[in-house]
Design a protein around this ligand. Structure first.
Ligand SMILES: C[S@@+](CC[C@H](N)C(=O)[O-])C[C@H]1O[C@@H](n2cnc3c(N)ncnc32)[C@H](O)[C@@H]1O
Length: 195
């Protein structure tokens, strides 16, 4: 079995086509739009940003300052091409593993879109969120398994179903409280706010 970085590198070239063909980006954006008024002038981290589609969308419609990071160099390469194409100045992309996030980083908002199922160490994830989140965590997920075309079988081996009840308990332990959700078709967005 190859590692996640290699796997996501191998499907980076077709990732956007796949997401669009399934209508996933379109639905995500439709819901995310409802939160734009909260994001102006805020600092945002897009954890596991993939090809940067959501980061670029927020960047183009708000005055937020955004950092997108992903473990896959190929995903980041595509994200940087989009940034250049759309001439977006309030966004930076980094090829970084979430578990190596610099201690000094902190953000008003953290966006986790279709990534939680791939994170191997959920406790470390909670500790990291605790250190870097100042205001709110936005979790975006889909009510079905993503069957990304390339090496799909391998990718599924890395994916595990999220126990949201357990996750919510853990978030509560770091003072993050469930603050509502939006659902559109098969996509949901859950908000967790610091209290
Ligand atoms: C299903 S994709 C989601 C991409 C994007 N967030 C979206 O909404 O389309 C999952 C992404 O998480 C990234 N990823 C997985 N584990 C990671 C880690 N430990 N650190 C950073 N990125 C990671 C993968 O490289 C991949 O791009």
């Amino acid at each position: 079995m190859c590692d996640l970085k290699e796997l996501f590198d191998s499907c980076a070239f077709c990732y956007d086509d796949y997401m669009r063909s399934k209508g996933l980006y379109q639905t995500e954006k439709k819901i995310l739009k409802k939160l734009f008024h909260l994001l102006n002038d805020k600092t945002i981290l897009d954890l596991g940003c993939g090809t940067g589609e959501l980061s670029c969308y927020i960047s183009g419609h708000t005055t937020a300052k955004i950092i997108g990071m992903d473990i896959s160099p190929k995903m980041i390469e595509i994200a940087n091409k989009k940034k250049k194409k759309y001439n977006l100045n309030n966004i930076s992309f980094y090829n970084l593993d979430i578990y190596s996030i610099p201690q000094s980083w902190n953000f008003d908002f953290i966006i986790c879109s279709f990534i939680l199922g791939y994170l191997r160490d959920k406790n470390s994830f909670i500790n990291i969120i605790n250190k870097i989140c100042k205001e709110e965590v936005i979790l975006i997920g889909v009510n079905e398994k993503l069957t990304i075309p390339t090496k799909e079988g391998e990718i599924k081996k890395h994916w595990e179903k999220i126990d949201y009840n357990k996750l919510e308990k853990n978030l509560l332990s770091i003072n993050l409280k469930f603050n509502g959700k939006f659902i559109e078709k098969n996509i949901f967005i859950k908000r967790y706010t610091k209290f």
